[in-house]
Design a protein around this ligand. Structure first.
Ligand SMILES: Cc1ncc(COP(=O)(O)O)c(C=O)c1O
Length: 408
């Protein structure tokens, strides 16, 4: 086991940073009040939550009344979709989404499908983009909601919210986006963007886990998912996670203040990693290149080997990444995103996601790249997936790839 740990799984979650932790600390033991209480402790907590709400709302140019705190982006997605579905008129029971959504959307719309809603899953192109024309064609008089993820969690594609949202607005259809991966990384301004609901979370931006928010444009109405007290303007009952909200607000303030410099730094190290890994034969990048990709994301397919094997070997060397499969109870299913962009089953299985944060360094990239070359060589030398015509060639692994590199 290596001493130095290199964490390249920041699309999964990020480490908390000190200022965020400091912002939370007083709300565990000293200012522990319940924002609903009428005494001093309660008022103090209510004021702190109000300030956090105002700050996060300001960061996306919304008003505090338009923000509901939730237990993360999964809950925000559920609240948006089920909440809107509860209010949908009898003749408006059609939802449109894409094939590259996170399971927090996919499984929610599937459930709504079982409850009698009609669901359309839009195709995406090879880079993961939804074609606005496809959306236009899919909208019918029965459509009440379109939900398309902003920044993709697997391949980093950043959808054109303006184009998609404008189509929805012109058709009188509500538009929601899951911005769990893009918040603080891609500019988001609700005054300039035709969007009605946005899901946000905190733990992808160096904030605490288990807290997030749903932005809902003034005038949008949702039904309640849970019964209880009147918190969050009667839309989400339960005592607010005060320390979590404090941490979320601080993480969001820092993330937006540092947006440009963080993106520059992260893009630089991401591109360094991509350049060096794409030198390995039989590899290709998944998702778009350039500024239509989240700075934080690199996804590469390494043909003829299993992503899980790469992941485990890297993990033993102290490098942490994720693979292109989603573990289910009975089988390793390839990611819905990778199959939606057209990868074959075996290509999806050979895919690795490297995802970065401002805390990563070029030095870490260089170390990880060294490990990657060694792991790929080792696994390919043992691979049973290398086509028969290649298997007779000397060594199959390193030697084979070095010798045959020019042939591909
Ligand atoms: C696009 C997207 N949506 C939703 C979620 C779920 O967020 P949370 O863990 O806050 O529930 C994630 C987390 O991986 C995500 O990447």
């Amino acid at each position: 086991m290596e001493d130095k740990k290199i964490y390249f799984d920041n699309n999964d979650t990020t480490p908390m940073v000190e200022p965020v932790f400091n912002a939370m600390k007083p709300y565990f033991m000293e200012n522990f009040g319940n924002p609903a209480s009428l005494h001093e402790y309660g008022l103090e907590a209510e004021e702190a939550v109000g300030k956090a709400r105002e700050d996060i709302a300001n960061l996306i140019n919304a008003t505090p009344e338009e923000l509901i705190f939730t237990g993360g982006a999964t809950e925000a997605n559920n609240l948006a979709l089920f909440g809107l579905a509860r209010m949908a008129p009898e003749k408006k029971r059609h939802i449109i989404t894409s094939k590259v959504e996170h399971h927090a959307i996919l499984n929610t719309v599937k459930r709504l499908g079982k409850e009698g809603f009609k669901v359309t899953f839009l195709e995406v192109d090879r880079e993961g983009f939804v074609d606005p024309d496809d959306l236009k064609k899919a909208i019918t008089p029965e459509t009440f909601l379109v939900t398309v993820v902003h920044g993709n969690h697997v391949v980093g594609t950043v959808q054109d919210l303006n184009a998609l949202g404008q189509i929805c607005r012109d058709s009188g259809v509500l538009f929601h986006t899951d911005a769990a991966q893009s918040f603080t990384k891609v500019p988001l301004n609700v005054k300039d963007t035709p969007i009605d609901l946005i899901s946000l979370n905190s733990h992808k931006i160096h904030g605490p886990k288990g807290v997030g928010a749903l932005y809902m444009r003034k005038g949008v109405k949702i039904g309640r998912l849970m019964e209880g007290g009147p918190q969050e303007n009667n839309r989400r009952p339960g005592t607010e996670n005060v320390p979590g909200i404090m941490g979320f607000a601080e993480a969001a303030r820092i993330g937006i203040a540092q947006q440009e410099e963080n993106n520059q730094h992260i893009c630089k190290i991401r591109d360094r990693l991509l350049d060096r890994l794409l030198e390995i034969p039989h590899t290709h990048i998944n998702g778009p290149q350039g500024d239509k990709r989240l700075s934080t994301n690199a996804n590469i397919t390494f043909l003829y080997i299993e992503g899980e094997a790469i992941l485990m070997h890297l993990s033993m060397r102290g490098v942490f990444v994720s693979s292109g499969s989603a573990c289910s109870s009975i089988a390793l299913q390839p990611s819905n995103v990778l199959t939606a962009i057209g990868l074959k089953h075996e290509e999806a299985h050979g895919s690795i996601r490297f995802s970065f944060s401002k805390l990563n360094t070029e030095e870490e990239v260089d170390i990880a790249v060294g490990h990657m070359h060694a792991v790929v060589d080792q696994l390919r030398s043992m691979s049973a997936f290398i086509p028969e015509e290649h298997s007779e060639i000397e060594g199959k692994g390193t030697t084979f790839y070095k010798k045959k590199k020019d042939e591909f």
